[in-house]
Design a protein around this ligand. Structure first.
Ligand code: G3H
Ligand code: 13P
Ligand code: ZN
Length: 308
């Protein structure tokens, strides 16, 4: 099936009351694990690639992998740039077949964020590419996303509505208290879902995006720690919170850390139990299977209230 823009995928989710997983991939194994699972579950999916992933794998290689899958894929999927920082990042992605881009101007002033985002929207829409903006800052530490907690801001709903109207974005990432990475909460999670509901009430057709949505499953953290890793006090977003988002306007759920954790836990366990193994196909193969199981579980969760 041809790649779709994430606007089409997300608008459908908004109308039919379900969530769409946006999974970060960096390599062939993660990509194949996600797309094969979406096919097995007959579910649309968003494949997203960060600037760090582009630096690691090369945008031409990533494009070739996706185009190859496009020829045989049985599900609708979008190829999305995650956390683009500049206009040029977005143009580069569009030139390489991305059907959706995020321009993350959340660290800029409101006015500068509006100008940059609007510039990207005007350009991207000429190519039917959809644009995700961000208002409010999502904390956490990743390669290219590095925000210390003190700067972590909850999105102001009035500002978000103004931002969406001024820029014409197709979807909007908002900060409701999640963080990127495996260490999201020191105590109990305190997510302000009311922010999403307020925006959704005023802009019911605008898909909202939750970054930092990984669950960081205990069984995988325990496995990492058991087989030599050190992930103490890792904590993610409980699944009950994720399902409670259905109907709040949030319909794109960004997941990266869970895939990393599943992949790494499985490889650690496999190599511990098979010390003679030197064939990457063996441990990458079992890691892919674990990622497939995780993605499959998430897709079922995201579709819980889907209206057919
Ligand atoms: O939101 C950030 C994503 O998890 C991407 O992380 O920049 O390390 O690829 P990365
Ligand atoms: P996690 O670190 O919770 O997986 O969030 C990923 C993300 O928001 C990618 O943009
Ligand atoms: Zn993010």
């Amino acid at each position: 099936m041809p790649l779709l823009s994430s606007k089409i995928i997300l608008n459908n989710a908004l109308q039919k009351n379900y969530l769409v997983g946006a999974f970060n991939v960096n390599n062939l194994e993660l990509f194949k694990a996600v797309i094969s699972t979406a096919e097995k579950e007959a579910s649309p999916v968003i494949i997203q690639v960060s600037l760090g992933a582009i630096k690691y794998a090369g945008i031409d290689f990533l494009q070739a992998i996706v185009q190859t899958a496009e020829k045989t894929s049985t599900v609708n999927f979008a190829l999305h740039l995650d956390h683009g920082k500049t206009f040029e990042d977005c143009v580069n992605a569009i030139n390489h077949g991305f059907t959706s881009v995020m321009i993350d101007g959340s660290s800029l002033t409101f006015n500068d964020n509006v100008s940059l985002t609007k510039k990207v929207v005007d350009y991207a829409h000429k190519f039917n590419v959809s644009v995700e903006g961000e208002i409010g800052t999502i904390a956490g530490i990743e390669d290219n996303v590095n925000v210390i907690d003190e700067n972590s801001l909850y999105t102001n709903s009035d500002e978000a509505i103004k931002f969406a109207k001024l820029t014409g974005v197709d979807s909007l990432a908002i900060a409701i208290g999640t963080k990127h990475g495996a260490f999201k909460f020191a105590g109990e999670p305190n997510l302000k879902v009311g922010i999403a509901k307020e925006i959704h009430y005023k802009l019911p057709n605008l898909p909202l995006v939750l970054h930092g949505a990984s669950n960081v499953p205990d069984y995988l953290v325990e496995k990492i720690n058991k087989y030599g890793g050190k992930l103490k006090k890792a904590k993610g977003v409980p699944e009950s919170i994720i399902t409670s988002l259905i109907g709040t306007g949030i319909c794109k759920i960004n997941i990266d850390s869970d895939l990393r954790i599943a992949f790494t836990a499985t490889i650690r366990e496999y190599l511990f139990n098979n010390p003679e193994c030197i064939d990457p196909r063996e441990y990458l193969g079992v890691a892919m299977t674990e990622v497939q199981n995780l993605v499959s579980h998430k897709i079922c969760l995201f579709n819980l209230l889907k209206n057919k």
